[in-house]
Design a protein around this ligand. Structure first.
Ligand SMILES: [Fe+2]
Ligand SMILES: [Fe+2]
Length: 299
């Protein structure tokens, strides 16, 4: 039965995920040996604040992604099942490292409680819903993460001036986000293979609009809260943050085109093969490529 479903699935759809793609969990640790610096991003309040706000979402957010995608592993075609396994391992390690990064932010004096509560609130909204809802949210957020990762690696200005350990963490995370960017989407295609095309598009478009609104509103509010803790408030805080996000280096503005492609017919994350951004990463890094047993179990 499983085999029959697999062949039916493969005959109706060609997955654009590159056949020679390998998803490699790189079990790295960052920033354990240096004391935490408060304004680690070039001593800039707004730059530090937005990356810290983003990092606050990862420990619980990526555990949620793992939970949402793993539910669809049983019965998936073997290649996809294998990719889901590698995806969950990567995300489990990301959760661990961002948890450590967030603890360092706390040690340097930030109170992340409000930001963490907001993440929990958003995740709780889908927990009582059918598993396909969590998968849809994960699929949309994974596209969001992948285009942020692409921009982060494509333009060195985003991490210019950042402390070495922190910059390494963000680059490492970006590499793996690009590598596994098709997994949640392929799981979604597989899970909704019986849906009419129109229904599938309507749901994914609606979910993307919703998660984008929540993402932009929550990360902006989170960054402003952290800037307040640094004594920067009011118009000055808004001006610094909006300039940083939308003008220079302008991360949110620059991902606009890639974000829009999600709504086009026939979209797939691998329609843009951006593996050139990963070239040389593994060769230049000194790390243990084999995830420890603890991480493998967590995934
Ligand atoms: Fe991740
Ligand atoms: Fe991811």
């Amino acid at each position: 039965m499983c085999k029959l479903l697999y062949f039916m699935f493969m005959s109706t759809m060609t997955l654009p995920t590159p056949a020679d793609l390998t998803i490699t969990p790189r079990d790295r640790k960052f920033g354990r040996d240096t004391p935490p610096a408060r304004l680690w991003h070039g001593k800039r309040v707004e730059a530090t604040a937005i990356y810290n706000a983003l990092s606050t979402t990862f420990p619980k957010g990526e555990a949620y992604f793992v939970e949402s995608v793993r539910r669809f592993r049983d019965g998936a075609p073997p290649k996809l099942a294998q990719e889901i396994k590698a995806f969950t391992t990567q995300e489990a390690i990301h959760s661990r490292e961002h948890d450590a990064f967030n603890r360092r932010a706390t040690q340097s004096g930030y109170d992340l409680t409000k930001l963490e509560q907001r993440v929990e609130f958003r995740l709780a909204l889908t927990r009582e819903r059918p598993p396909i809802v969590s998968l849809a949210a994960t699929m949309a957020l994974e596209h969001f993460t992948a285009i942020l990762a692409h921009e982060l690696l494509a333009d060195p200005r985003h991490l210019a001036g950042a402390d070495r350990d922190a910059a390494d963490l963000w680059r490492w995370h970006a590499v793996e986000e690009i590598e596994h960017k098709g997994v949640a989407y392929d799981a979604w295609l597989f899970a909704t293979r019986d849906w009419p095309r129109r229904k599938r598009w309507k749901v994914k478009a609606k979910v993307m609009l919703l998660v984008t609104r929540n993402f932009v509103v929550d990360r902006t509010a989170g960054a402003l809260e952290l800037m307040r803790q640094d004594g920067v408030t009011g118009l000055r805080a808004w001006a610094l943050l909006l300039w940083y996000l939308w003008v220079r280096p302008g991360m949110f503005r620059k991902i606009g085109g890639a974000w829009f492609k999600f709504f086009l017919p026939g979209f797939h994350p691998w329609k843009e093969d951006d593996r050139h951004l990963l070239a040389g990463y593994d060769a230049s890094a000194d790390f243990d490529q084999t995830p420890k047993r603890k991480v493998r179990n967590a995934a």
